[in-house]
Design a protein around this ligand. Structure first.
Ligand code: 1PR
Length: 524
C-alpha cells in the first residue's frame, strides 16, 4: 500500500494511475494521521510553491510530514514534492519550506526558454536502487521554472543540464526526491517508480553514464476532438480548420484509442483539443473528461487539453470560473490546459485597460497550478499588406509574397476555431499572454493546417523571438524533413502534427529516427 499526499493541486491522477499500473494500491491522505501511519509516502507536487505551502499549513500536514520524513521511512517527492523539502523558494520568498534539506529553490537563470519543459537526461552522481534496469541514457519529463540549490553536495543523486548544470534529484537515507516526473516519463519513469516501490534492490549506477545532458525536441501528437453529427465523440482533422468533407465531420478514430497508439509509438506528449469547446459548457461535456480519465490510465506522457477553458454561466445562472473548469480537467488527468479564444479576449482587455485584471483565466490558473500548466493556443492567419506602416500590428517581411505581390504580412488572431478574426496580431497576443502567466505557446497556423506544406517558419520565428517561454510549432507537417526544418530554422522547442499521424502516413518513430540522423536531440 502506497500513501499518496494529494494536497489538491495539479495532476495527481497520473501518479495514482502510474502506481496502480504497477500493481500497487494507493491510499490518499485525508488526515495528518494518514501521513503518520504511512509505510511508503509519495508526495507529488504540481503548481506553485506558495499555494502548496499554504495548503499544507491549512490542512495541518506540515508537522506530520516532517515527522514522517524524520522517521526514515521511504519517501518519494516529485517536482514540488522535492522543492518543498528545502528551506526557502524564490517563488514565494516570504514563506518557509519544510527545511528538511539544507538549501533553497531558485529560478532558472538562463537565456533559454523558462519553464524548462520537456525530456532531459540524468547525470548520475551516486548509486541508487531506483536506477535498477536503466541504461543511463533514458530521458525523463521535466516541467519547472525553479530548481533546487543544495547546501550539502552529498545529497545530490543526479544533475541535468539546462543552460547550466542543476540538481535534478536528491537522495539521503530513505528520502528520494526528483525534479522530473517519473509518472509522465513513459517506460523509464515507470521503472523508477517500480524500483522505489520495491524496497529490496541493490543500489547501482546505470552503465552508460553521461557527463552532460541535452533537452530533447518534443514530438506532439494532436487530437482535434468533437462530436460528429451522430453524437459520437471522434478525432477529426481539418483542412485549414474545415473539418467537414462532403458535409460530414471527418472521422479519423476514437480519442482514447488513438492517444494510446501514439503513446506506444513514442509520442512525447499528447494534446486533445475540444474544437467545439468554445460553444459548449465543458463541465456538461462529460465525455471529454472521461476521455482524459481513460487515457491517463495507460498513457504515461504529458497530456494537454484545450477547448472551452473560460468563465461560464450555466442555464440556472450559476457562475463557473475558468479555474473550476481547468481544475476538473487536471483532476481527470490533464497536465496542462490550453486556452484559445479566451486568451485573445483577455489580451484585448489588457491592451485596452493598460493593466491586467488579475482575474483572467490565464492569471488565475497559473497562480494556482503554475505557469507551466497554462498553454495559450493561437489560431492565426496571414493578412498581407503593402508596407509595415499599413496597419497598427506587428508586421513581418515575408519571403512568400501575397497574391498581389505584397512583401509584408501580419498574423491575425482568430477566435471560435478560426471563425472570427480580431484586430490583434499573434506576436502581441503571445507577448501579453507571457506577461499574464502563460507557460507555453501552441502556435497553430490556419493557412498551413492540414496542407502538408510544412510549418510556417516565418510565423514561428517571429513569435519565438518575441517571447521567452517555449513555443510549440504546429500546422502543416507533411514529411520528416519538415520537422528537421522547424527545429533547425526556428527556436521551436517542440513540433505538433495531426494529419500525417492519423492517416498513418509517417510513424512517429520515423520522424525521430530522421531527426536523430540529422543531429537533432530526441527521446527514443
Ligand atoms: O478557443 O479555447 O475553445 O479552444 C479551441 C481549440 O480548438 C483551440 O486550441 C483551436 O486551435 C482548436 N480548434 C478549433 N477549431 C479547430 C478546427 O480545426 N476547426 N483545431 C481547431 C485546431 C489545429 C491544430 C492541428 C494542427 C496540426 N487544430 O491543432 O492539430 O494544425 O495539423 P496538421 O499536422 O494536420 O497540419 P478555445
Amino acid at each position: 500500500m502506497i500513501t499518496l499526499l494529494d494536497y489538491g493541486a495539479g495532476n495527481v491522477r497520473s501518479v495514482i494511475n502510474a502506481i496502480e499500473s504497477l500493481g500497487e494500491t494507493v491510499k490518499i491522505v485525508n488526515s495528518a494521521e494518514d501521513i503518520l501511519s504511512a509505510e511508503k509516502l509519495v508526495f507529488p507536487g504540481v503548481g506553485a510553491f506558495g499555494s502548496m505551502i499554504h495548503i499544507l499549513h491549512q490542512k495541518k500536514f506540515v508537522e506530520p510530514l516532517k515527522a514522517y520524513i524524520k522517521s526514515d521511512r521511504p519517501f518519494l517527492g516529485i517536482c514540488l514534492g522535492l522543492q518543498a523539502l528545502f528551506e526557502h523558494s524564490a517563488e514565494a520568498p516570504h514563506l518557509s519550506g519544510l527545511g528538511i534539506i539544507a538549501g533553497s529553490v531558485k529560478r532558472f537563470d538562463t537565456d533559454l526558454s523558462v519553464p524548462h519543459i520537456g525530456w532531459n537526461g540524468l547525470n548520475v552522481k551516486q548509486p541508487a536502487r531506483i536506477f535498477t534496469g536503466l541504461n543511463g541514457d533514458e530521458k525523463f519529463y521535466f516541467v519547472h521554472s525553479y530548481h533546487v540549490d543544495v547546501a550539502d553536495p552529498s545529497v545530490i543523486l543526479t544533475t541535468s543540464d539546462y543552460g547550466y548544470e542543476f540538481v535534478s534529484s536528491i537522495q539521503t537515507g530513505n528520502i528520494t526526491a526528483c525534479q522530473f516526473h517519473p509518472e509522465k516519463s513513459g517506460r523509464a519513469g515507470l521503472l523508477i517508480l517500480k524500483n522505489f516501490l520495491e524496497t529490496t534492490g541493490q543500489a547501482i549506477k546505470p552503465v552508460r553514464l553521461s557527463s552532460r545532458t541535452t533537452l530533447a525536441k518534443r514530438i506532439i501528437a494532436c487530437l482535434d476532438v468533437r462530436a460528429n453529427d451522430q453524437g459520437d465523440l471522434v478525432v477529426t482533422k481539418g483542412d485549414q480548420y474545415n473539418v467537414r468533407e462532403n458535409g460530414d465531420v471527418r472521422n479519423l478514430g476514437r480519442p482514447v484509442e488513438l492517444a494510446r497508439r501514439y503513446y506506444q509509438e513514442g509520442a512525447d506528449e499528447i494534446t486533445f483539443l475540444n474544437i467545439t469547446g468554445f460553444r459548449d459548457f465543458p463541465l456538461e461535456d462529460m465525455p471529454m473528461l472521461e476521455v482524459l480519465r481513460q487515457t491517463s490510465k495507460n498513457v504515461f506522457v504529458p497530456l494537454a487539453i484545450g477547448g472551452g477553458i473560460r468563465d461560464y454561466k450555466d442555464k440556472d445562472g450559476r457562475q463557473y470560473s475558468a479555474l473550476e473548469v481547468a481544475t476538473e480537467y487536471f483532476r481527470s488527468g490533464a497536465d496542462k490546459v490550453s486556452i484559445g479564444s479566451d486568451a485573445v479576449l483577455i489580451a484585448e482587455a489588457y491592451l485596452a485597460d493598460g493593466r491586467p485584471s488579475g482575474r483572467s483565466s490565464i492569471e488565475e490558473i497559473s497562480r494556482v497550478y503554475g505557469n507551466q500548466a497554462v498553454v495559450v493556443s493561437i489560431d492565426p492567419r496571414r493578412i498581407y499588406v503593402n508596407s509595415p506602416q499599413a496597419v497598427e500590428h506587428q508586421v513581418i517581411k515575408t519571403a512568400i509574397a501575397g497574391s498581389d505581390g505584397e512583401q509584408y504580412c501580419w498574423y491575425q488572431c482568430t477566435i471560435k476555431g478560426g471563425r472570427e478574426g480580431r484586430e490583434l496580431d499573434a506576436i502581441t497576443l503571445a507577448q501579453v499572454c507571457e506577461k499574464l502567466g502563460a507557460g507555453e505557446i501552441l502556435l497553430n497556423c490556419i493557412d498551413r493546417d492540414g496542407t502538408n506544406m510544412g510549418f510556417d517558419i516565418e510565423l514561428i520565428n517571429a513569435v519565438a523571438a518575441a517571447v521567452s517561454i517555449p513555443v510549440i510549432a504546429s500546422s502543416g507537417a507533411g514529411c520528416v524533413a519538415h520537422f528537421q526544418e522547424v527545429f533547425t530554422a526556428t527556436e521551436a522547442e517542440s513540433a505538433l502534427a495531426a494529419g500525417i499521424f492519423h492517416r498513418r502516413e509517417i510513424p512517429i518513430e520515423d520522424v525521430k529516427n530522421y531527426l536523430a540522423e540529422h543531429q537533432v536531440e530526441v527521446r527514443r
